[in-house]
Design a protein. Structure first.
Length: 254
């Protein structure tokens, strides 16, 4: 009940954030502009529309998660409302989880709205809605959930600007971590290789949620990969939230 109440308040606050609607506007423009790009570019128009549309949902969804999520906890501390909340029978873990759930709900609504625009454009060209596109959007949203947890984690101990930079770095590293695997293969056995291998194991691999290429080109994906990617995302998100709760519990607001 307490987590739900905090989530509801967070959702209402997020709805009033102008940044949210500004990012949604640019996302909608990006999706609609895919039709123009499809006309001006040589190639399969439908594939270009799918590619640009999915990329817009992913990029602007991540920006929403980072720019809004990194300020959620800091605003409560800056406005001193955190003292009023924690003076009530409310655990700090419930506060963090409530903020997280409220932002996830906000992102769900925004992602759903962007997806409706995207699918409407695709349907206008193909007169059908492919299951692969829905799966790609679903895993984009799963990635957004993880990024939201990361934004909450950094906001629990840092300022919004630094938290945004840290969360953005997390996102970029997550999509480039595959390069570490190539480095490991080329390195000779030793402490250096062991360190790189440890980093590869700890750092996130956000490519687990990237099914855009398969969706655009209609490539089949085994059900086992969908399942393993979902479990990876849920477990990593839970791990990040546990860290956020532990750090927030140790914070002294005096």
């Amino acid at each position: 009940m307490k987590i739900g109440a905090i989530a509801g308040i967070t959702f209402k606050e997020a709805k009033r954030d102008r940044i949210l609607y500004l990012l949604f506007f640019f996302a909608a423009v990006g999706i609609l502009a895919s039709r123009v790009l499809a006309v001006l570019t040589v190639g399969d128009r439908v594939k270009i529309i799918k590619d640009v549309g999915l990329a817009s949902i992913s990029i602007f969804g991540v920006l929403m998660a980072i720019l809004i999520g990194t300020g959620l906890v800091y605003k409560e501390i800056d406005k001193k409302t955190i003292f009023t909340l924690l003076a009530k029978p409310l655990h700090r873990a419930e506060f963090i989880l409530g903020k997280f759930c409220g932002l996830v709900l906000t992102l769900f609504v925004m992602t759903a709205a962007m997806t409706v625009i995207f699918l409407a454009i695709v349907y206008a060209h193909t007169l059908k809605i492919e299951g692969g596109l829905l799966a790609a959007v679903a895993y984009i949203f799963l990635e957004l959930i993880l990024v939201t947890a990361v934004a909450i984690l950094f906001s629990s101990f840092s300022t919004p600007i630094l938290s945004s930079l840290f969360a953005l770095a997390f996102y970029l590293i997550g999509h480039l971590s595959w390069g570490l695997e190539l480095i490991i293969k080329k390195m000779s056995p030793g402490p250096g290789r062991a360190l790189v291998r440890a980093l590869y194991a700890i750092l996130p691999d956000l490519e687990n949620f990237n099914f855009k290429t398969e969706a655009v080109h209609g490539l089949p994906i085994p059900a086992g990969i969908y399942l393993s990617s979902a479990l990876y995302g849920l477990c990593y998100t839970a791990f990040i939230l546990v860290l956020a709760v532990l750090i927030f519990r140790r914070r002294d607001f005096i």
